[in-house]
Write a protein that binds this ligand. Structure first.
Ligand code: NAI
Length: 345
């Protein structure tokens, strides 16, 4: 029997995982609450805790899990900036789902772009009120515009292909540019200067935190559209708001927000919003916020469940070697994964 406790579990998580419940000797427990130092005691008796992007898996949580005999933290996400990988080493194995549907995220970024540029969000509300005026709905053709893509991994590459289909000129920046690709790589500064639209598809690291800050925005074209479907803290939200107020930024499409952890994924419509910055951003006519939903397609949920189950089984019923294990040891997680021939610890 493998006991798995799910944290931050939503109905759609239960629906995608439940079919595995009776297979392979799984016992699932679903908690709506997030994993944190306050809730970690719920993990007692579990072999695995299964977490999502806003669960907090810091060193204290890891030490508590280790003490309770939990063997594995299984992320239902690709990003793992909410897990202290270094603290986990030697104590708790950490696995993730490196790709579940890069199409889901890339397509959502495009949906946000088109919605924003063609004012669909405005038109939708108007026609529901039988207001058929076109005043203020003028958009612009994205054909022929230059899009700057930051991060050309799985999602970034798909986003680039879609943009090319629209006849856009693509330039890109990546700390590790793809070899032998047809992508035109430029420096970050050049990307800021040349892009009409900027889309973020790189991970959140110490290096990328607030990569879109006041200095970056100053270099951008007037009217630039910024799309963030990656991680909120890639953007300094205060600087973004200032850029919008100064009419420098033409539009912002945000699926993520740096302080989203205590806000997103829940219905807060009956509550007073304490986050003034988010309230102000949402109040802007040229800002579209979705609640970290870029991943949310049926295909992605099915893939997340399947990969997570296989990640767990590789440790408990297989060789113990899991291709999707995250281990800080060699300093380069991607390299480490490729070269792994034995258990991480
Ligand atoms: P990936 O690992 O395939 O690609 C990331 C790319 O970023 C790589 O090419 C890497 O070289 C590049 N990169 C690393 N450090 C960089 C830096 N300092 N500057 C510029 N580029 C850098 O990851 P994938 O699958 O394409 O995902 C990208 C991001 O999308 C994830 O890190 C995650 O934060 C976000 N994501 C968001 C979802 C959502 O629902 N909104 C769902 C899934 C992922």
């Amino acid at each position: 029997m493998i006991n798995v406790s799910f944290f931050d579990a939503k109905e759609y998580d239960k629906a995608s995982f439940e079919k595995y419940q009776d297979q392979h000797g799984f016992q699932f427990r679903f908690f709506e609450t997030r994993l944190s130092e306050d809730t970690v005691s719920l993990a007692k008796g579990s072999d695995v805790v299964c977490v999502f992007v806003n669960d907090s898996v810091n060193a204290n949580v890891i030490n508590a899990l280790y003490e309770y005999g939990v063997k594995m933290v299984a992320l239902r996400s690709a990003g793992y900036n909410n897990v202290d990988i270094r603290a986990a080493f030697g104590k708790v194995h950490v696995v993730h789902v490196p790709a579940y549907s890069p199409y889901a995220v890339a397509e959502h970024a495009i949906a946000l772009l088109l919605t924003s540029v063609r004012r669909i969000h405005k038109a939708y509300n108007r026609t529901r009120e039988f207001n058929f005026s076109l005043s203020g709905l003028t958009g612009f053709d994205i054909h022929g515009k230059t899009v700057g893509v930051i991060g050309t991994g799985k999602i970034g590459k798909i986003f680039i292909n879609i943009c090319r289909g629209f006849g856009m000129n693509v330039i890109a920046y990546d700390a590790f540019p793809a070899q032998n690709s047809e992508i035109e790589y430029v420096s970050l500064d050049e990307l800021f200067k040349r892009s009409d639209i900027i889309s973020l598809h790189c991970p959140l690291t110490d290096e990328t935190r607030h990569m879109i800050d006041e200095n970056a925005i100053r270099q951008m074209k007037k009217g630039v559209v910024i799309i963030n479907t990656s991680r909120g803290a890639l953007i300094d939200s205060e600087a973004l708001l200032n850029g919008i107020k100064e009419r420098k930024i033409g539009a912002a499409c945000l699926d993520v927000y740096e302080e989203e952890a205590d806000i997103f994924f829940e219905d807060r419509s009956g509550h007073i919003m304490n986050d003034d910055l988010l309230s102000r951003l949402i109040s802007m006519p040229n800002v579209i916020v979705t609640s970290h939903q870029a991943f949310l397609t049926k295909e992605a949920l099915d893939n997340i469940a399947e990969t997570t189950v296989n990640n767990i089984l590789s440790y408990f019923s297989g060789s113990g070697i899991c291709d999707n294990e995250l281990c800080y040891r060699c300093g380069n997680i991607e390299k480490c994964k490729k070269e792994r021939k034995e258990k991480c610890f």
